[in-house]
Each structure stands twice: as C-alpha cells, then as structure tokens.
Design a protein around this ligand. Sequence first.
Ligand code: CTP
Length: 213
Amino acid sequence: MRILITAGPTREPIDAVRFISNRSSGKMGIAIAEAAVSAGHDVTLLLGPVMVHASLHDTMRVYRFGSSAELKQLLEAHFHDCDVLVMAAAVADYRMERAVEGKIKREGGADRDADLTLRLQPTPDLVAAVASTKRAEQKVVAFALEESAELEARAVAKMKRKGVDAVVANPLGTMDGEHVTAVWLLADGGREEPGRMTKPDFAAWLVGRLSGL
Ligand code: CTP
C-alpha cells in the first residue's frame, strides 16, 4: 500500500521571528511511518518542525512543512498518489489574520506596558478538505486528542464531521509523551482498544489495522 503520513506540529507565523505552535513532538507519526516501511509499504512522510533523533528509513520520502498553509500544499500535491492518509500532524486551529511584516516591537515611553492583541482566524480543516476529495478506494485516518471524559463520543462526532474512515482517539496527556492509550474507532461502528503501549508498539499495531480498512 502507498501510505501518506503527516506528523508534528505546525508553526503559524506571528511576525518575522515569532510563531504560534503546540507541543507535538511528531513521535507518533514518525513511528507510524517507520512501522509502515518495516511492514513493506511505500511511505511518504510530511514532517513538521521537529527534531528527528534517529535516522529515518532511507526508502521513505520525507517532505518538511512549517505552517498549516505549507502542509496544505503538500497534501494537495501528494494525496492523490496514496491509498491511505494517516493525519497525525497537530495542525494549529488558529493563525494570524495577517502576519506582521518585520518584528513586533515593544513600544517605548508611556505605552511600554500597553497590552498587545493578536487577531487570529481559524485555519481550514485540512483533513476534512482532502477527505471530501477522496476516491472510493482511498481511506483517511484522523487523530483526535480529547479530554478523557467523553473521549469516544467526541472522537466519533469528529470522525463524522471530518468525513474520515477511522479515528485514533487519544486522551490529552498523549501529546509529547512516550506512551499511548488509544481507542481505534471506525466509521462503520467498529471499535478496538489495544491498551497502553509505547508509540512504536502502537504504530506497528495501527499499521496492521490500516490494511483492513
Ligand atoms: N486537523 C486538520 N486541520 C486542522 C485541524 C486539525 O486537518 N485545521 C486534523 C488533525 O491532523 C487531526 C484531526 O484533524 O487528524 C483532529 O484534530 P483536533 O485538533 O483534535 O480536532 P479539531 O478539528 O481541531 O477539533 P477541536 O479543536 O474542536 O477538538
């Protein structure tokens, strides 16, 4: 199978030197990409601004993105060539309405302690946009990071809203951690809970599930 995987956070520029981002380490998506190569799949990884600690399999194609706009362009370029998209990237929900040119300066004089307000606008929902263009044989998997209470109900609602085939639902603590306690939810009502696992172990388990979609 040709598997397209996104991983890591986005960085939404505020000005020439600052950005809005999140704590995603990219570890989950990178582990899925590695597990998919090990299982013999053809893998393309769209990777955000994270440190990569071990060398990646040299058979996988890797493209780097910074902002959600860059990730959107990469998805548009690569989605039609995949059988499954695994959208593990932590895409920012908001970005600046207009990024500031140059650097925002702290005003001098009497206004030095004045508040600064940033005007943000929602980013487009990238996975929903690609899912709406998918061919019948293509499958899309989203991730959902939710408060533990109502985790599954929220993840199922998200899966329907985004029009994807499956969701990996994780409690909030997963981001930036070494382990996952995920629930695998399918649009046809299927549900599996493999228990607490390391990210590489969960990645191998998940890659096995992708073939069955
Ligand atoms: N996602 C996306 N584009 C966005 C935001 C999120 O494609 N602008 C994708 C993520 O890659 C992930 C899934 O949507 O696969 C769920 O992301 P999450 O942030 O949990 O959901 P949101 O749609 O942002 O909903 P909410 O913030 O209300 O939980």
